[in-house]
Design a protein. Structure first.
Length: 205
């Protein structure tokens, strides 16, 4: 792994912007299952936080470099390199599946959700976080002005293929709850997800 890659992954883990802190805290607090699959969580940052809370966590990612970094940073976690479109697990393998800021990167979100439903046990839940389309873009623009970190704050966003709104999270589930994320007015965002800069979705199979 190059030093530049290592520095980038380390920056992603340690980033301290208020939206990221709020998102990671609420996502972890929403997880209740014993066996958790973390899709796209190659840095191990959230998986390790869940491990410390007593969950059994498997981290899945297809990026070899980011997984090597995750394994070096959190050797107690289980890491598997695979594709979310074809999960290498049996049916009903997990109590919970989490997707932290990754669903917006998939071109075929429905295929990913189908695979998640297959490996999720009956009554299990999916917890995901994702940007809230237009408001997230405004937030990133303001962060660029304040921090002057233009490259780091925009590089990740360039790979978004299908950002969502609070009304697009997912009809395949029998129960769902959507929470808005807005560190500047979280009380209102919780009640009215459409004003969230980001979103957390909690879905039950």
């Amino acid at each position: 792994m190059s030093k530049n890659s290592d520095a980038h992954f380390k920056w992603y883990i340690e980033v301290r912007n208020p939206l990221r802190r709020l998102q990671r805290r609420l996502l972890a607090e929403s997880c209740k299952g014993e066996r958790i699959l973390d899709i796209g969580g190659g840095t191990g940052r959230t998986g390790n936080a869940l491990l410390q809370r007593g969950h059994e966590v498997t981290v899945l990612d297809r990026n070899e470099a980011i997984m090597r970094f995750g394994q070096q940073s959190y050797p107690s976690l289980i890491f598997i390199r695979a594709d979310a479109y074809s999960l290498p697990f049996r049916n009903d393998s997990f109590d919970e599946v989490i997707l932290e800021e990754i669903i917006e990167h998939f071109k075929d979100q429905h295929k990913v959700i189908e695979e998640i439903l297959r490996v999720l046990r009956p009554g299990g839940q999916v917890v995901l976080s994702t940007p809230n389309n237009h408001l997230f873009r405004v937030y990133i623009f303001l962060l660029r002005l304040v921090t002057l970190k233009f490259d780091r704050l925009t590089e990740h966003v360039k790979s978004h293929t299908n950002e969502l709104t609070s009304n697009q999270l997912f009809s395949q589930f029998s129960e769902k709850r959507v929470i808005g994320l807005n560190p500047f007015c979280q009380y209102l965002a919780k009640r009215f997800p459409q004003i969230g800069i980001g979103l957390i979705g909690i879905f039950k199979k």
